[in-house]
Design a protein around this ligand. Structure first.
Ligand SMILES: [Zn+2]
Length: 362
């Protein structure tokens, strides 16, 4: 049984190619974070090595060893969430996150050995866009002369950052967000989530089941979201010193866990998109439905063009940090562009009250 949620067309295609022994030697799984790329990759590794008549069964020895990360023929390369910091020849500080040539070299070596315990060797490369140029070129060489019984699964949220020649050697599978109604039905029917909570989580997840299920399993995720929103709220009225403190905090967090910072930026983006929708009179399309009153309060003090400009800054920040630009500079620049509002933030969300009234920048 495939564990990945949704994506029925892709599953039908994979089922057929496994039945007909016509699987590609490399697949590129693309889609937003938490959409199910890693789950699908592991499902496919199981299906290729399953001993049951209807793979993947999830129960046979092979399927179980893959899920327990014990199978000798299934290897996953994951990006180190910490950022390596180096000083280059010119004395510049450079942040680098990458999948190294050494790791790909190891896979290349393993690929030339016959499968040890299964039918196929399956190599999964998460965040494949972070392969160093040399690692990409090495991967290209492997894909040009694929050894038999080896399947490569490259996973990416930003496929345009991949070496085009690498991407063109793979069969592309695009995992698209699930429709909200489907996501909501899955949460109520299969996970016994109450209707209101399911509706909220379906919106917040943006159609990505991984996020919604993590939020069901761990209410800390919603608490974290609340903290980030509260911080955003207090920064809107804060002075530059406080804003730069936050930029420093984000930069430090980025060197330890870039994924967490990237999720903060995504949350900010969704919030500002909601402000834009409210300003434009499209309230029914907002994501943060549980915070509508708060959004409306903020939107009153911001012009549409101010909101749009800040959304552009947020997108630029996303781009900068993916390019290993100095994160502190990127976050300080973001804070410089954050609009100030003069609304009296009086409603109770655990934030401190407005201390000063400021001129609106909109
Ligand atoms: Zn099985």
């Amino acid at each position: 049984m495939w564990r990945v949620i949704g994506h029925n067309r892709i599953l039908a295609l994979l089922d057929r190619s496994i039945r007909e022994h016509s699987t590609a030697h490399a697949y590129l799984l693309v889609g937003p974070p938490h959409i199910g790329k890693t789950t699908l990759a592991l499902d496919l590794a199981q299906a290729l090595n399953c001993n049951d008549a209807d793979p993947p069964c999830g129960q046979c020895r092979s399927c179980r060893r893959i899920i327990e990360d014990k199978h000798a023929d299934v290897v996953m390369l994951t990006l180190d969430p910490r950022v390596q910091i180096n000083i280059d020849d010119t004395g510049e500080l450079r942040q680098k996150a990458k999948i190294s040539t050494g790791s790909v070299k190891q896979l290349q070596h393993l690929a030339n050995l016959t499968p040890y315990e299964g039918k196929y060797k399956v190599f999964i490369i998460e965040n494949a866009e972070y392969m160093s140029p040399e690692a990409s070129n090495r991967t290209l060489k492997i894909l040009e002369e694929p050894p038999p019984n080896v399947v490569w699964l490259l996973l990416s949220t930003r496929e345009t950052k991949l070496l085009p020649t690498v991407a063109s050697r793979c069969q592309r599978l695009e995992l698209k967000p699930l429709p909200q109604e489907q996501m909501q039905a899955i949460l109520t029917d299969s996970y016994s989530v109450g209707a209101d909570e399911a509706a909220l989580l379906a919106r917040l997840s943006g159609g990505c089941p991984g996020w919604a299920l993590s939020a069901v399993a761990d209410d800390g995720l919603l608490r974290q979201r609340r903290q980030i929103i509260d911080r955003l709220r207090s920064l809107l009225i804060a002075d530059l010193g406080e804003r730069f403190d936050y930029a420093r905090e984000l930069a430090t967090q980025f060197t330890q866990d870039r994924r967490a910072v990237s999720e903060t930026i995504t949350l900010w983006l969704r919030w500002w998109r909601d402000l834009m929708l409210i300003r434009g009179g499209w309230t029914e399309a907002i994501v943060n439905v549980d915070c509508q009153a708060e959004l409306e309060e903020q939107a009153q003090s911001l012009s549409l063009s101010t909101i749009k400009d800040f959304i552009t800054s947020l997108r630029q920040t996303e781009e900068f940090i993916s390019k290993n630009v100095n994160p502190r500079l990127a976050f300080e620049s973001l804070m410089l562009g954050l609009p100030k509002i003069e609304v009296n933030l009086s409603s109770s969300h655990g934030t401190r009250p407005a201390q000063q009234r400021r001129r609106s920048s909109g």
